[in-house]
Design a protein around this ligand. Structure first.
Ligand code: UD1
Length: 339
């Protein structure tokens, strides 16, 4: 049985991935410094899997701490989520973002190599494309110029992994470029737990529905899109979690050290901000007060994925209908608010 280290495993995507890995027969070890998470989702993951998941509250930037985990567990592979991810904050605190996101990834790679290497999945983002000229975006779509330090750390880490696998034949990598992950576990035991005012759309919608926020602002109604609001590719977090399992399985089956492949993880279906809000209201039979507002700085007009490569080579595809995802997001919000 393979043992997979999940860095940032207490977080939103990490905890869902832990559940899918256990379901697929992997052992998981979780590390997280809890800088942007508490143990709610991890406890949820334990309840769902019926397992106690080894957890270390450590910072991946600390090599000694990471070494201890590798000494205790026979780590065969890593999924690296541990990173700061707020675009606006990265503009205000660029050094903090570069230091944390780059150091943690470099340290994980160093320690993995020192322990004989293995397979690694890096959590990247569609943000690397910027605004593509041609849509949907394929993995060959040129990366754009990063408009913020967060996006730049994703690009740099992609380059670090690409170079590292070339130089170190004991490493094999897959980069997953996530589009817009949303939703929660069907059990409502895990979901997104943003701190403070949510930056992302769906937590803002669910908090507005719950009465925590007064009104949702729709950022931009004059885009060159059918209804004037921006287009995105919203991927269910459980589907996204399964993509990590597929990526690992691909690497273990193919066993091609020295390779680093890149896959888009999305649904391939664009939805506008307005459509998403309307679907949320319809499926949950609830009103969400919203108003049109100016464009948010740094936003692109439209981006969605061509997912053919992941469909073919990872034998993975998005399955959960967006209505179901939005129902789960609301069930989770109600649960954590005791509504
Ligand atoms: C954002 C990040 C992206 C990151 C991803 C991770 C930016 C510019 N991009 O993607 O780099 O990888 O999160 O989850 O922040 N919206 C509203 N009102 C709101 C919130 C959002 O109208 O209160 C709109 C946005 O303007 C955008 C869409 O909803 O058009 C989606 O926004 P969001 O959920 O923040 O994701 P992205 O911006 O696409």
């Amino acid at each position: 049985m393979k043992t997979i280290l999940i860095t940032g495993g207490a977080g939103y995507i990490g905890s869902h991935t832990a559940v899918e890995l256990v379901a697929a027969g992997y052992q998981v070890v979780v590390v997280d410094n809890l800088s942007n998470a508490d143990t709610t989702c991890l406890k949820g993951a334990e309840k769902i899997t019926g397992r106690s998941l080894p957890f270390y509250e450590i910072d991946c930037c600390c090599k000694e701490d990471l070494q201890t985990v590798f000494k205790k567990h026979p780590i065969d592979g890593v999924i690296h989520f541990a990173a700061f991810k707020a675009v606006g904050e990265s503009v205000e605190k660029p050094l903090m973002y570069y230091k944390n996101n780059l150091t943690s990834f470099l340290t994980v790679l160093e320690v993995l190599l020192e322990n004989g290497g293995g397979n690694i999945v890096f959590s990247s983002s569609a943000t690397v494309y910027g605004q593509p000229d041609i849509l949907p975006a394929t993995e060959d779509t040129p990366r754009g110029v990063a408009t913020n330090p967060y996006g730049n750390t994703k690009q740099i880490c992609e380059d670090i992994l690409t170079d590292a696998v070339k130089a170190h034949p004991t490493l094999q990598g897959i980069i997953l470029r996530y589009f817009n992950p949303i939703g929660a576990h069907p059990s409502a035991l895990m979901g997104e737990l943003p701190r403070g005012v949510p930056n992302n759309l769906v937590p803002f919608i669910t908090q507005t529905a719950a009465g925590v926020r007064d009104v949702l602002q729709i950022f931009g109604s004059d885009y060159n899109t059918p209804d004037g609001t921006a287009l995105r590719d919203y991927i269910d977090v459980n589907d996204l979690a399964r993509a990590h399992v597929s990526a690992l399985q691909k690497m273990y089956t193919k066993n091609d050290p020295g390779s680093c492949e890149i896959y888009n993880v999305g649904t391939g279906q664009p939805l506008s901000v307005l459509e998403l809000v309307q679907k949320f209201c319809a499926v949950n039979n609830i009103k969400v007060k919203y108003k049109m507002a100016g464009r948010r700085q740094g936003d692109v007009e439209a981006v969605w994925a061509n997912t053919s490569l992941a469909n073919k080579h990872l034998q993975w595809k998005a399955e959960v209908p967006v209505e179901e995802t939005l129902a789960r997001a609301w069930a989770w919000e109600k649960k954590i608010r005791d509504l």
